[in-house]
Write a protein that binds this ligand. Structure first.
Ligand SMILES: [Fe+2]
Length: 385
């Protein structure tokens, strides 16, 4: 999505004969959004990407709403989940609506399959861990602080090499993009945007794998996982070009916008998607008005549920949260700094926090799994002790 990329061996025109040195025809695949009317890439395979060798099992996936339907502020201590599963099977649903589903995962098993999310775009925020995401576009090495954006329909393999993996995973019903208001009419990021094209990492091209056999992959459908087997290694691409590919932006490359008085969360916006936004809170200098109050004012965003995932640093407006904590501040209630944090922020010069915020424009449903790490005292945490 961010910009045009061309790698490997592509012919001078689309949809014309493209042959190997031995004269064999390569097989073009077009992967596109909105039918044929939006962004796309064209890939050139050694063999047709349609060669399914076997259709395997289907296993259902259901997002379960919490039986506790009480409407209240939430604090979820997600580091308390035990490690388990791989980056797909190890997902713990936190909250969801028709636009977005939020998960955390602590995978400690290898994912020995290829994966394609056919229904949702994915953003995998790597809190801890490192590894490589490989697709037919090439390799994307990743590490802490990376937002890995994988548009739907892209087949990939994710290898984690670290010991302690902590992922925040967003499944998005619509495409995840840089905000429109950061871009000019040509799509280029504007001078005042908090990041630019140089900050995006795109796949490093890898040579095609020429191998026949039986290659297992999982397709995320609307309500489950369908197992398939390809008759050849799927990463058999000699070249590709276009705007559609997986890419990475690291939270440390977000250059915060600061002001004389407190600026609201839209200045932290990093991505847009239908029905929600993703924002990055990063170390920054505080407001410089002589009477500024750096901590946020109490606020009541009537059309928004606000989810904050705490990454690292000293969280300036909250007490009792730690790395991996998620707070959910739903519609219908105001929230703000906890006792002492408002006054206590006066005179402070800077903050060193990292956090990821997801603000949804439709109410979120709390998932049943979230109750396992729920802090029941949080709704009353604004009372003075
Ligand atoms: Fe807030």
């Amino acid at each position: 999505m961010p910009f045009y990329v061309c790698q490997g061996n592509v012919p001078p025109k689309r949809h014309i004969q493209h042959r190997s040195p031995e004269g064999a025809l390569y097989h073009e695949e077009n992967i596109s959004r909105e039918g044929f009317s939006d962004v796309y890439s064209n890939l050139y395979h050694l063999r047709p990407p349609t060669r399914i060798a076997a259709v395997g099992k289907f296993s259902g996936l259901e997002l379960k709403a919490a039986e506790d339907r009480i409407h209240r502020h939430r604090h979820l201590e997600t580091f308390n989940y035990p490690a388990g599963g791989n980056f797909v099977s190890g997902r713990r649903a936190i909250a969801f609506n028709s636009d977005v589903a939020l998960y955390v995962a602590r995978p400690n098993e290898p994912a020995d399959f290829f994966y394609r999310n056919g229904m949702f775009d994915e953003v995998i925020f790597v809190h801890r861990g490192e590894g490589t995401l490989t697709s037919y576009f090439g390799k994307l090495p990743f590490g802490p602080g990376d937002y890995i954006v994988v548009p739907r329909g892209i087949l990939f393999k994710l290898e984690l090499t670290g010991e302690d993996n902590r992922l925040l995973i967003i499944e998005s019903a619509g495409p995840v993009e840089t905000p429109n208001h950061y871009r000019n009419e040509y799509g280029q990021l504007l001078e005042h945007a908090p990041f630019c094209e140089r900050d995006f990492r795109t796949p490093e091209f890898t040579e095609p794998v020429d191998q026949e056999g039986k290659f297992r992959w999982l397709l995320r459908t609307a309500d489950g996982l369908q197992e398939y087997f390809f008759a050849q290694h799927p990463f058999d691409v000699v070249g590709w070009d276009g705007y559609y590919y997986p890419w990475i932006f690291n939270i440390r490359d977000f250059m915060p916008i600061t002001g004389k008085i407190h600026l609201p969360p839209p200045i932290h916006q990093t991505f847009q998607a239908p029905g929600y936004v993703i924002c990055s809170f990063c170390p920054r200098l505080f407001d410089y008005h002589e009477q500024a109050i750096p901590a946020p004012y109490n606020h009541h965003n009537v059309d928004s549920d606000e989810v904050l995932y705490y990454v690292e640093g000293d969280f300036m407006s909250r007490t009792g949260v730690s790395e991996g904590s998620i707070t959910i501040h739903p519609y219908g209630l105001a929230h703000g700094p906890q006792p002492g944090k408002y006054e206590g922020s006066i005179g402070k010069k800077a903050t060193d926090e990292y956090a990821v915020m997801i603000d949804t424009f439709k109410p979120l449903i709390i998932a049943q799994d979230a109750l396992l790490v729920d802090d029941p005292g949080y709704p009353l945490s604004w009372l003075e002790k």
